[in-house]
Design a protein around this ligand. Structure first.
Ligand code: XMP
Length: 331
């Protein structure tokens, strides 16, 4: 709509002023809607003085990395640097089953990969060999209005942070935060994203946890298990979309109980496969949630297709726990 166009234009203008005619900015893309819209706004403001970094940690859902690398780039023209860190993450997660441990490892590896790419980008831009101080690079963040309010930061809060110890960059290089979404609510972010021509798959994506599928595999995360979960999750999402329920369901994690096996009978034989759990919930803000009463025929299609199409899965179960007492994620 008209007002949303104004919002987008206003933010683009504000960011253009903040960064100026010479400044350079870096933005990390997560695959989610916030970082995508933030990047698209900054790209409109400063063009190819923006570099985007996408760390492919291999924990995204089916097709999501491609949507960032291909569709998002095609829609916006951003300069994208992809870090293929899949093996690095698998190595770091090997043998780990504790949920908080997984989160810590994924967070740590993510920062390590991102900062490595960031340093390379800045050096290539000539910021790395500056010695006379005072140089500022801009770091784009997809902070939303509710986050701003929650953290007590009003407009005009100084957002300078000194750099976090990346080898090869001068100590006095400072980062100034650029927050194109800091006056917007989530629904406005989506509308601005649509106005800027981003792919619907990104704009209307359900919230997805930073640690990704890593916390939807109960047990150790391995390449094979990720593949199984990715296929099952893709089927569940496809059927939800086909039923026209995407916007009614807040999130629908599919969880692989990788250390559990149950007996089944498929085709001519007995199987001994893994169960998956479907966890559709409705919610306003993820603080509380209700288990979603999905129509039986949708559940049936999800169940039939997953057990037919994903060989390792022979049982589909439904989580009917609200939050509280259950959390939305299983880990
Ligand atoms: P829970 O499972 O606590 O999740 O009910 C609430 C919301 O937060 C998401 N979530 C995360 N997001 N990093 C994230 O960025 C995390 O470690 C994480 N854990 C949970 C979850 O998907 C839900 O939307």
């Amino acid at each position: 709509t008209w007002t949303m166009l104004n919002i987008a234009e206003e933010q683009i203008e504000r960011i253009r002023e903040q960064i100026g005619d010479e400044g350079r900015a870096i933005c990390g893309l997560s695959g989610g809607v916030d970082s995508a819209v933030a990047a698209a706004i900054v790209q409109r403001a400063i063009g190819d003085r923006l570099d985007c970094v996408f760390v492919d940690h291999g924990l995204l859902r089916k097709g999501e990395a491609e949507q960032v690398e291909r569709d998002f780039v095609a829609a916006t023209g951003v300069k994208l640097h992809v870090v293929d860190a899949q093996q690095q993450f698998l190595d770091a997660l090997a043998g780990v089953t504790d949920p908080e441990e997984k989160r810590k490892i994924i967070g740590r590896e993510f920062i390590r990969s991102f900062e490595g790419a960031e340093a390379a980008v800045l050096r290539a831009a000539g910021l790395g060999d500056d010695t006379d101080g005072g140089k500022v690079a801009f770091l784009v963040q997809g902070t939303l209005y509710p986050d701003v309010v929650e953290s007590g930061g009003g407009a005009g809060t100084s957002n300078i942070k000194s750099h976090h110890n990346v080898g090869g960059l001068p100590d006095d290089l400072e980062f100034e935060l650029v927050e194109p979404l800091r006056t917007l609510f989530k629904d406005e972010v989506r509308l601005v994203g649509e106005q800027l021509g981003l792919p619907a798959e990104i704009v209307w994506r359900q919230p997805f946890p930073g640690p990704g599928l890593g916390i939807r595999i109960i047990g150790e995360v391995t390449a094979d298990r990720l593949e199984i979960l990715r296929e099952a999750d893709a089927i569940a999402r496809e059927e939800l979309t086909r039923a026209g329920l995407d916007r009614d369901i807040w999130q629908m994690p599919v969880v692989l109980l990788a250390d559990v096996r149950s007996v089944g009978v498929q085709g001519d034989g007995r199987t001994y496969g893994h169960p998956v759990v479907i966890r559709p919930v409705t919610s306003e803000d993820a603080m509380t949630a209700d288990w979603a009463r999905l129509p039986y025929d949708v559940l049936e299609r999800i169940s039939t297709r997953i057990t037919n199409e994903v060989a390792e899965v022979n049982r589909v179960t439904l989580d009917v726990t609200s939050k509280p007492p259950g959390t939305i994620e299983w880990e």
